[in-house]
Ligand binder design. Sequence first.
Ligand code: NAG
Length: 391
Amino acid sequence: MSGSNPASSPSLNPSNTIARTRKSSWRFTFVLSVLAPVFAAVLLYQLDSFDPAPLPTHEFTRHGIFVPRRNPLVLQGSEMVGVGQLLAPEDLAYDAESQLLYTGCADGWIKRVTVNESVTDSVIENWINTGGRPLGLILGQNNEVIIADAEKGLLKVTGEGVMELLTNEAEGVEFRLTDGVDMTQDGMIYFTDASYKYSLKDFIWDFLEGRPHGRLISYDPSTKQTKVLVRDLYFANGVAVSPDQEFLIFCETPMRRCKKYYIHGPKKGSIDKFIDDLPGMPDNIRYDGEGHYWIALATAPTFSWDLAQRYPFIRKGVAIMERYIGRPKMEKNGGFLAVDMEGKPAAHYYDPGLSLVSSGLKIREHLYGGSIVYPYIIRFNLTPYPALSII
Ligand SMILES: *[C@@H]1O[C@H](CO)[C@@H](O)[C@H](O)[C@H]1NC(C)=O
């Protein structure tokens, strides 16, 4: 026994002191490197006032609807039109007579692109700068172009290049993110305001918050009247008038669905299902004149988006990441879905490397694709790169 031996006292034993110092410095490192960020994250979470809402997740399934034909590597057959000259060309409209493709870019320019056999022959012209952010666009009578400008509202540009604001509010609520537009043969304009709360640069916050801030709206050029047709939509996006002019199809991006809204006939004013459980988040929708609607899909239903949609606290976590360090990449396998007149999916073109595509427009044998990120229009020839039957 040596209890009284001062040499055995722990405090005086140099090797013991070193061990203790080592131990406490290890503890200190642990606290600093592991616990501190956890505490900081919990504190940020508690203090942050962002308050996401539960989404009606029972209205969509985790996986997309079955599509009988697919091309899962569409980038392999793709070409790029106007590289570097078309900054995030969101929507596309084609004038068969002049053979010009119109598109709205992130720098405010509406550009006109010649559609040539070889992409290197394409000529790109700066046509009109809206001073905002042109998204959806459609050609009207007398070479006029109707534009859903995210920042300005609904615009008209005449064939001579004179710009006019048609409307920028409805029911006393200003549009914050005018997004998709189409027009009937008799000149009625139908469009969406994706969100009255968040602007385009903050669109991700609308997704993270999970509340329906979107509206489907009409504008009648003969009376100049703006009318809300459907409210409380989840990020109301693309709009397409049916070829028989009976109804519209409008898409709700986070809900992965598109619905019908009747504009004529006995069902006028009512809503029907068109397609649910899309294999991705829909942006614009366009009719190709040959029996199919083409829906651009910004991303496939990824695991991370699915979790985020189901659990508001995860969306809040993502929101905090977005605020302080940047959001993780949650998108992949974006693409294009061809849907028949009955709302049955016909063919799906996508690629793991494709995300945030925003429109698909068929011109003869090519599909032209717009996006909110790429500095060009994507195109691929549907004949040598078809979607093949997988059964
Ligand atoms: C490209 O297309 C435009 C019209 O679409 C045409 O006027 C022009 O001659 C074409 N250029 C070439 C090199 O083919």
